[in-house]
Design a protein around this ligand. Structure first.
Ligand SMILES: C[S@@+](CC[C@H](N)C(=O)[O-])C[C@H]1O[C@@H](n2cnc3c(N)ncnc32)[C@H](O)[C@@H]1O
Length: 272
């Protein structure tokens, strides 16, 4: 098979996925998509994109497995604890000091909700330490993702042992049930809600936001899409609001000048 035929079949397959499952492959890095699709093809003993596209027509389960492979929903509670420490030290007090009646936090690409729950826990811990729990209803955390199965898991708020590798023992003891499956404490959980939202095709949650975390998501998008998202995040944030990216992600393009790096190592930026 020639490279041109392979490229044509790959384009046909990605258009099919976008059309039938609403996953807009065109904005993702092609190298990454090819690698992920190749894993599923190997698992099914197929060698061409065209054969794999035909399999998808008759095998809904394989389609689900492919979308799982494409969305890459691995995550953890308090993933990169250093980053959460910086959020707790720098971001949480600055948010709480704001005069706004509501504090709105968005975990964009939240997978099964670990990041959203971790943020709610930090807010809860800070506010209760100040004996201001009666004002907790100011805080709302919205977790969004494109992947429905992940969101179903997020809404359960129940985690396996493996989700805790980055979680300090003290937070685990205070905010999770003692027995498996480990449930997030209702006081933190009630601050969080989840919605399906495609970052590439749908706007951010309505209203001004005060903190956006979008970690380990944009890395899969092409450069142009990343730049457009940075601009969208900027516009969605209130002045002085925070943006947190993943450890290996960087803010670049025209929107960069509109943010100040407050903890550059932890990829924490503040809207000017
Ligand atoms: C690796 S997880 C990151 C989870 C969490 N933010 C973290 O850092 O641990 C990437 C998530 O991005 C989601 N995602 C990928 N493309 C998306 C899109 N277009 N819109 C919304 N979520 C998307 C995937 O479904 C997946 O759950």
């Amino acid at each position: 098979m020639t490279d041109a035929t392979m490229d044509r079949d790959f384009a046909g397959l990605t258009e099919k996925i976008a059309r039938e499952r609403g996953f807009s492959c065109a904005s993702y890095k092609e190298r990454c998509l090819r690698r992920r699709i190749a894993v599923r093809m190997r698992a099914r003993g197929l060698h061409t994109f065209a054969d794999y596209a035909r399999l998808l027509d008759t095998d809904g389960r394989e389609y689900d497995l492919l979308l799982d492979a494409l969305t890459i929903n691995v995550t953890k509670l308090f993933r990169n604890w250093d980053t959460f420490q910086a959020i707790e030290r720098v971001v949480v007090p600055a948010l709480w000091e704001r005069p706004d009646p509501e504090l709105r936090i968005w975990s964009a690409g939240c997978a099964s909700g670990e990041e959203a729950h971790s943020l709610a826990i930090l807010m809860h811990r800070y506010v209760t330490a100040r004996e201001e729990s009666h004002r907790l209803e100011r805080v709302s955390v919205i977790g969004t993702d494109i992947d429905r199965n992940s969101l179903d898991a997020a809404r359960q708020g129940a985690y396996a042992e493996s989700a805790f590798v980055d979680t300090p023992a003290e937070l685990r003891a205070r905010y999770f049930s003692a027995d498996a499956p480990y449930l997030v404490h209702p006081e933190a959980r009630r601050l969080v809600r989840f919605e399906r939202r495609d970052l590439l095709r749908e706007p951010p949650p309505a209203g001004e936001l005060h903190l956006i975390t979008c970690r380990n998501v944009i890395i899969y998008f092409d450069r142009q899409t990343q730049e457009a998202l940075f601009q969208r995040f900027h516009d969605a944030l209130a002045p002085g609001g925070f943006l947190v990216l993943g450890k290996v992600e960087t803010l670049f393009g025209p929107a960069r000048a509109r943010f100040r790096g407050v903890e550059p190592r932890e990829r924490i930026f503040r809207r000017q």
